[in-house]
Design a protein around this ligand. Structure first.
Ligand SMILES: [Zn+2]
Length: 382
């Protein structure tokens, strides 16, 4: 404060003209110092709260002083500053009142040459910026991409990964053997993959698992059924248009509605039809199952590709389907449940995660192929 006063008198004398900081420069200084005095070892909070009344105890101090006779002004040229550049934020540091006074006072300022203060500023700001990295959770990624070519890089929506990726466990070998043996083999590969993944999570003490799926649907539902909640799981979906993986988004709300209808004749087997990215036709289901089955059909409004990308919709659909099926299972006993699914990869994983093996019994999964007959081909059971 004494400093401000000093500056004022100088300004009044017309000797120096101090540039006023833009609001954004003030914000930057406050964010960079974390609201804590930048003087080494001080750690004093610059905003004090007394019963809800806030007091600003922060002083914006110059490392190289602005006025001709101020502290360290003589170092201006040596440090590559011009007079009008002394208000650059690189030359400013936020400190508590006591320390801003200490570094400028005539009998103590010699203890704080520019080199020492620039270093203090840098160390303090580095420490503050390390907070967010430090708080970020650590993840193990599971990349399950058995359709098309392999991924070389994971692009997240906002460019920045929400977690620190410790390691990725992956299977990116294209799935091409759609025979009975091929599916059985792929099921085993899934199980091995899951064991390796679980082991990594344990070994590296990860706090979260990130799943990046793009594979034939039966393999994803099966993979999901293996993924138990040892750590919280984030399931991503590829936004093909943008080429980025998306999951949660703070600004996204649930956008779809799910309706369902059931046809219950107390048969032995239940067909579950899930229409999200396209419509599962009852005719195609009858090609596989004949006429004698109960059915429950779920459909979002206006099914289509890209309709469901974000977690908010994925989890809503998953929980509705799980709830309705389990309600039905309270009343009916089924030998088998047949799942016919037209939807995105991430939702397939989540549906698998929702399968409760003790309650659901055998769940048969199908691969759709418009050129085959029947169009839904049995793949595997979980
Ligand atoms: Zn201080």
């Amino acid at each position: 404060m004494a400093k401000d006063k000093e500056e004022k008198t100088k300004e009044e004398k017309g000797k120096t003209q101090r540039r006023k900081l833009a609001p954004v420069e003030h914000y930057h200084l406050w964010v960079a110092c974390g609201g804590i005095c930048s003087f080494e070892g001080c750690n004093k909070r610059l905003i004090m709260d007394t019963d809800g009344q806030l007091t600003n105890g922060g002083i914006v101090a110059h490392i190289i002083g602005h006025a001709k006779n101020s502290a360290r002004h003589e170092y201006m040229e040596e440090y590559g500053y011009k007079q009008e550049e002394l208000e650059n934020i690189s030359n400013l540091t936020l400190m508590c009142y006591g320390h801003s006074k200490l570094i400028d006072d005539s009998h103590t300022k010699h203890l704080y040459p520019p080199e020492k203060l620039f270093e203090m500023k840098k160390k303090h700001e580095d420490w503050v910026s390390s907070w967010s990295e430090f708080k970020k959770k650590k993840s193990i990624a599971l990349i399950h991409k058995r359709l098309g070519g392999p991924l070389t890089d994971i692009e997240y929506q906002d460019g920045e990964a929400p977690y620190i990726l410790l390691e990725a466990i992956e299977n990116q070998v294209e799935f091409i053997d759609f025979s009975k043996e091929g599916w059985e083999e792929a099921k085993k590969i899934n199980e091995d993959l899951y064991e390796r993944f679980k082991e990594k999570v344990r070994e590296r003490e990860a706090n979260v698992a990130e799943i990046f799926p793009l594979s034939p649907i039966p393999l994803l539902i099966h993979m999901g059924s293996l993924l138990t909640d040892t750590v919280p799981v984030s399931v991503y979906q590829l936004d093909r248009e943008e080429g980025v993986w998306v999951s949660d988004h703070p600004l996204k709300h649930k956008e779809v509605e799910l309706s369902f209808s059931a046809d219950i004749k107390e048969e032995d087997e239940l067909a579950v039809l899930v229409s999200v990215s396209g419509k599962v036709k009852m005719k195609s289901v009858m090609e596989v199952l004949g006429d004698n089955f109960d059915s429950i059909s779920f459909e979002i409004n206006d099914p289509g590709l890209k309709r469901v990308l974000y977690k908010q919709d994925v989890l809503y659909i998953q929980s509705q389907i799980k709830e309705e099926i389990e309600k039905l299972l309270q009343e009916q006993d089924y030998r088998k449940i047949h799942l016919f699914y037209a939807g995105p990869a991430g939702l397939a994983i989540e549906l698998g995660r929702g399968v409760n093996p003790r309650m659901w019994g055998e769940v048969c999964l199908y691969q759709y192929n418009a050129r085959e007959f029947p169009r839904y081909q049995y793949a595997l059971s979980i």
